[in-house]
Design a protein around this ligand. Structure first.
Ligand code: BMA
Length: 326
C-alpha cells in the first residue's frame, strides 16, 4: 500500500483498480459498486456486472487478502430474472448484512416501474432465496442493520420524492418481520446550498457497529456545470436508537480524483456499497465503484474515522437562524 496523500483519511491501493471488465472471461461493459463481506476465510465481493445489453447482474469474486488475486466465479451469481417485473431491467448495488450464518443481500431491482428495494438471502452465495420487495419504486441505496431494536428490524433506504426540489434524503423504516415496513422517518436530510452533500444523498455500505455507535458512510451528489460529483462522508447513529443521529461530518472524506475515478462511463463518481473491518478491529477496507466502470479499494483506520467525526462535526440539521436573530 503506497499512501497517495498522507493528509487523506483513505489511502487508495496502488493496485487500483482491483477489478475491471477485462478480468472477465466473457465481454462485459463494466464492473462496479460491489457489496462486500468475509466468507469462508476470504473477502467476498458481490460485483455489479453490467453486460453489453445495459442490464446488471450480481457476480461473486473472492480473494485471500482482499486486495489481490481475485477469482471471479460466474457460477456463484445472482442473475437478474428477466421474467420478474421487479428485476426486468437488471439488479444493482448490493449491500450485504450477515445475520447468524445467513447473508441478507439488499439490492436495487430495476423494475419496469422504476428502481425498488429487494431482499435475497443466502448461506453460501450459491443458492439464493428471493424474499421480495422491501420498498416500492422509486427507492434505492438500502441496507439492513444486523440486529433488531426492541424486536424490530431496521432498514436504511433512500426514496425519491415527487418534489425533488425539496431534497432527496436518507430514510429509516422498521419492521417486525422483514416483510411489513413502517414507522418511516428522515434519518439524514440532504444539506442545502453549497454543501458537498446538498440536495441529494444516499447510504453507502451497511451500518458498522463501533464503540461510539453505528458508523454510517453515505454519498453526496454535488451538481456542477459539467455534471455530478459523487463523494463519500460519515455520520454516527446511536447504538440503541438508530433514529438518533449523534454526529455528521461537515466534509466529504473520499472523492473522485484518481484517473480511473475521473474517466469511465460516469466520470467523477466514487460509490461504495461495502466495507470490511479486518481482524485487528481497526483496519477498514472500503470497496467502491469508480466512474461506474471499475472497482477500487481504499484503506483506512477505524480509529481515525471516529476521530474525524469528532474533529469535523457539522450541524445535524440545516440552520434556520436568520441574520439579526439572537
Ligand atoms: C446512482 C446509482 C449508482 C451509480 C451512481 C452514479 O444513482 O445508480 O449505481 O453508481 O448513480 O452514476
Amino acid at each position: 500500500m503506497m499512501p497517495d496523500d498522507s493528509r487523506e483519511l483513505f489511502q487508495r491501493h496502488d493496485r487500483n483498480p482491483i477489478i475491471s471488465a477485462s478480468d472477465f472471461p466473457h465481454t462485459v461493459n463494466a464492473v462496479f459498486n460491489p457489496g462486500a463481506t468475509e466468507f469462508d476465510g476470504q473477502t467476498l465481493l458481490l460485483l455489479r456486472v453490467e453486460d453489453r445489453t445495459g442490464s446488471s447482474s450480481l457476480v461473486v469474486a473472492t480473494s485471500d487478502d482482499g486486495i489481490t488475486n481475485w477469482r471471479i466465479d460466474p457460477e456463484r451469481a445472482l442473475p437478474r430474472q428477466l421474467d420478474l417485473v421487479e428485476e426486468h431491467w437488471g439488479i444493482e448495488d448490493p449491500r450485504i448484512t450477515r445475520i447468524g450464518d445467513e447473508y441478507f443481500v439488499v439490492y436495487v431491482g430495476y423494475s419496469t416501474y422504476g428502481p425498488l428495494v429487494l431482499l435475497a438471502k443466502t448461506r453460501d452465495f450459491m443458492t439464493w432465496e428471493r424474499c421480495g420487495v422491501l420498498q416500492p419504486a422509486d427507492d434505492k441505496d438500502a441496507a439492513l442493520f444486523p440486529t433488531t431494536f426492541d424486536g424490530r428490524w431496521a432498514l436504511i433506504h433512500r426514496p425519491v420524492p415527487a418534489t425533488p426540489d425539496l431534497g432527496t434524503h436518507v430514510w429509516l423504516s422498521f419492521s417486525p418481520d422483514l416483510h411489513y415496513w413502517g414507522e418511516p422517518r428522515v434519518l439524514l436530510a440532504a444539506r442545502r446550498g453549497s454543501a458537498w452533500d446538498a440536495n441529494k444523498i444516499g447510504l453507502g455500505p451497511p451500518p458498522l457497529l463501533t464503540k461510539d455507535g453505528w458508523l454510517i458512510c453515505y454519498h453526496g451528489v454535488h451538481q456542477t456545470a459539467s455534471g455530478s460529483i459523487y463523494r463519500l462522508g460519515l455520520a454516527m447513529l446511536d447504538q440503541d436508537d438508530p433514529a438518533k443521529v449523534l454526529a455528521r461530518s461537515s466534509e466529504w472524506v473520499l472523492g473522485p480524483s484518481a484517473p480511473y475515478e475521473q474517466s469511465g462511463d460516469v466520470p467523477g463518481v466514487v460509490f461504495s456499497c461495502g466495507w470490511v473491518l479486518r481482524d485487528d478491529g481497526d483496519t477498514l477496507h472500503l470497496y467502491y465503484g469508480a466512474a461506474d466502470s471499475v472497482v477500487g479499494v481504499a484503506e483506512t483506520s477505524l480509529a481515525k474515522l471516529l476521530g474525524h467525526l469528532e474533529t469535523h462535526p457539522g450541524p445535524l440539521e440545516p440552520s434556520r437562524r436568520r441574520l439579526g436573530d439572537p
